[in-house]
Design a protein around this ligand. Sequence first.
Ligand code: TYM
Length: 323
Amino acid sequence: MTLLSGIQPTGAIHLGNYLGAVRRWATAHGRDDMFFVVDLHAMTVPHHPGRLRARTREQLAVLLAAGIDPDVACVFVQSDLVDQLGALTWLLESTCTFGEANRMTQFKEKSEGQASVRLSLLTYPVLMAADILLHGADEVPVGEDQTQHLELARTLARRFNNTYGEVFTVPRGVLPQVAARVRDLADPTRKMAKSSGDSPGTIYLLDPPDTVRRKIQRAVTDTVGEVRYDPERQPGVANLLEILAACTGVSPYTAAGTVDSYAALKAAVADAVVETLRPVRERTVELLDDPAELDRVRRAGAERARRRAQPRLDAALEVVGLR
Ligand code: TYM
């Protein structure tokens, strides 16, 4: 059984990434599992080379700080496999239709209103499918926003296998029970997302405790005045309850029963988030001070991932008629 998942170094890791994905990777991982920083994906929007390099290093540190043991699971950086991924992406682009890529809602959202859109933003989900299929992943733990991309990876695996022969495992996306879609604190109609600058509605993993508390204090609620878990009518309060539930290991309904005012809710959420993030933040800062260790992990992970990927890539090249 292989679990596999990745995170983009487009901006700083936030609470949604952590609760929806990274934390779950850290709790259960074995020798066959793979977790990586998807730096190639960060090039689908205008990017700054120095910042990309720094963010990639930072996210590698966060994965380790979150508790993923690189001597157990394989932890690596996507671009260290660029040769193999480039080859497989081409095979999968030749399996995917333009219509399928063009239907992706994330492409529509990110390209809307932009004067110039990189072609890689359109083909990005195919590269993501290559990430997953190259290593024979069985399960892909992700947040809700990746569901459509996961479906595409499944479709491409099946189509490739049916057309040329069984090469790929058909992966399954796995969502968390709570916090599959953490919302923006300042605008709970939107998901919490990475951005280039600081954003009042986003809690970053490396935000100091007083910043975390301030952002939660200012979170948008409503005028209902009652703490109930009702995502339709009270999206802001429901979001805070989901965050509290995810941090304390209870259901959002149970969490709602533990507080009786919005002020008490915010205070409880602030305490829970600060305590949840504290060890990860402290360990990340330590790791960033030890570039040699991060380099060692990166090199060893790349070796391991490349070795593992090659037989499957060879099989795919063979069945399509390139060997
Ligand atoms: P990315 O970097 O946008 O997000 C990393 C993970 O965090 C989850 N996530 C959230 N979960 C809950 N609430 C939120 N507000 C929230 N925002 C993000 C995402 O669902 C994701 O699991 N395309 C992927 C990276 C990727 C990948 C892969 C993932 C590339 N190749 C192969 C799995 C397998 C992405 O952009 O994630």
